[in-house]
Design a protein around this ligand. Structure first.
Ligand SMILES: Cc1cc2nc3c(=O)[nH]c(=O)nc-3n(C[C@H](O)[C@H](O)[C@H](O)COP(=O)(O)O)c2cc1C
Length: 443
């Protein structure tokens, strides 16, 4: 069996809203994305389908590094506007009982004490189903919103993230097991000898502790992360419970998994401690032929002006806002473009340029993918069988599906693909456990 995760890639932000770009199934998203309904419906569907978790992306900026203006960001709604995901978590939890909910937290936005207290509170409110997607933030604009002049260098911010997690964990460990007595007979709530300061002192963060709330059902909150660079993988190996990986081929997936397993062993942990979920954008339809037509239409649409604009914008974002791909002549050969100034998502930028040598920027914008369908195109049965084959070859642990959340596409995955996977015994049929940690560790 393998895990399924859902990547809510626009966070609690504007969801597919423009019929000319997103197709005719956008419903009332253009005005209702700020309301809880779509996310609550999504979570409900994911639980019915047996997903292990939903990951809620988050970023905190209105990007204006593309062509030196926020015009494209705001006209198109790219990564802005966006609400804070944290208040959404209890609403998503309320209609469900098992599926994990993993909101993103940035190590430059949240002090460890604030994060430890917030996530422990969410752990209580969700009955032990919350996880934290730890990111370091990508662009200078985010850093500037939090008082920095520009973002730290890539590797430096991963060192900061390591320390951030250590501090959060130290705070989450300030209440020993058995510290809460809740003894009404003798009038003793907690045993103060079992509650200790953390006295954490680091280069970036210090916190005294103890945490002023009691441990939640999971104690230490499961950690998710996505950094594919060496420091990103090290972070997962040292502290992660699940990692999301962008790979384009089965060979890449196998190599990624072997690399993370070796790092885990070097950290004295077991390979099974981190569940590796591979990003995929499956294209599912009623028949193989219908899915092929859909996939071909999607491929061709990538050459449209709107899609090229998006891809150039995304490349600029991915560089940390340091390279303005909107300012480069579209006929420039890709091989002449210097990406060394990039300070954002290192592995994502490398992914975009992978295999693009010999093309122009215009061709690359139409043809390069950060995340691919991994050949998962077809009817629910065809795609389910293919997912099974890939997992057989890779060895595990599952997929993080990145599908735009229109209700039609949610249904294709949760009411079409998931039942086909379940019939094959490839995904869970109901949940044995209630906490995210247990559900992650089950297989
Ligand atoms: C599935 C997935 C989810 C991510 N979510 C966020 C996010 O919510 N916020 C954010 O700032 N970065 C996010 N990132 C970016 C990663 O944290 C990281 O910066 C990126 O994957 C590049 O890592 P690298 O520089 O180690 O290669 C995400 C990446 C992936 C693949």
């Amino acid at each position: 069996m393998f895990h399924l995760g859902w990547f809510l890639g626009s966070g609690f932000g504007i969801q597919p809203w423009n019929p000319a770009v997103d197709g005719p199934w956008t419903g009332t998203n253009v005005r209702d994305w700020t309301k809880p309904d779509l996310y609550v419906d999504l979570t409900d569907s994911l639980e019915r389908a047996g997903f292990t978790y939903v990951l809620i992306e988050d970023t905190a900026m209105v990007e204006d590094s593309f062509r030196g203006s926020a015009e494209v960001s705001l006209r198109r709604g790219f990564m802005a506007p966006k609400n804070d995901p944290m208040p959404l978590v209890p609403l998503m939890a309320q209609r469900t009982k098992h599926v994990g909910i993993v909101p993103t937290v940035s190590t430059i936005q949240y002090h460890p004490y604030l994060a430890a207290r917030l996530y422990t509170t969410l752990d209580h409110l969700t009955g032990g189903r919350v996880g934290m997607n730890v990111v370091t933030s990508v662009t200078d604009r985010v850093a500037q919103n939090y008082g920095m002049e520009r973002h730290l260098d890539h590797d430096e911010r991963y060192l900061m993230a390591q320390e951030w997690i250590e501090c959060v964990k130290a705070l989450q460990g300030t209440w020993e097991d058995g510290a809460v007595l809740a003894d009404q007979e003798n009038g003793v709530y907690a045993d103060h000898t079992r509650v200790h300061p953390a006295d954490f002192r680091g280069r970036w963060f210090s916190s005294r502790g103890p945490l002023n709330t009691v441990p939640g059902p999971q104690g230490r909150i499961p950690v998710a992360s996505a950094g594919g660079s060496v420091p990103g993988r090290e972070l997962a190996a040292a502290h992660g419970d699940t990692q999301m990986a962008m790979c384009k081929t089965v060979e890449d997936m196998k190599a990624y998994r072997a690399d993370v397993h070796a790092r885990l062993l070097a950290h004295g942990r077991k390979p099974s401690d981190v569940k590796l979920l591979f990003l995929a954008t499956p294209i599912v339809a009623a028949s193989d032929e219908e899915a092929r037509v859909k996939a071909e239409a999607a491929r061709l649409s990538r050459y449209s002006d709107a899609a090229v604009e998006y891809n150039l914008w995304n490349m600029s974002y991915t560089s940390g806002g340091r390279i303005d791909f909107g300012g480069i002549d579209l006929d420039t050969p890709v091989d002449e473009i210097d990406t060394s100034a990039g300070n954002g998502e290192r592995s994502s930028l490398a992914n975009l340029f992978q295999g693009q040598s010999g093309k122009t920027l215009r061709q690359m914008a139409g043809e390069s993918f950060q995340i691919t369908d991994l050949g998962l195109v077809g009817s629910p049965d065809t795609v389910a069988a293919k997912m099974g084959e890939i997992m057989d070859e890779v060895g595990g642990d599952g997929f993080l599906l990145y599908t735009p959340p229109t209700r039609l596409q949610i249904a294709e995955i949760t009411d079409g693909l998931a039942p086909a996977l379940r019939r094959r015994g490839l995904i869970r049929d109901g949940y044995t456990y209630t906490t995210l940690r247990e559900n992650l560790q089950e297989f």
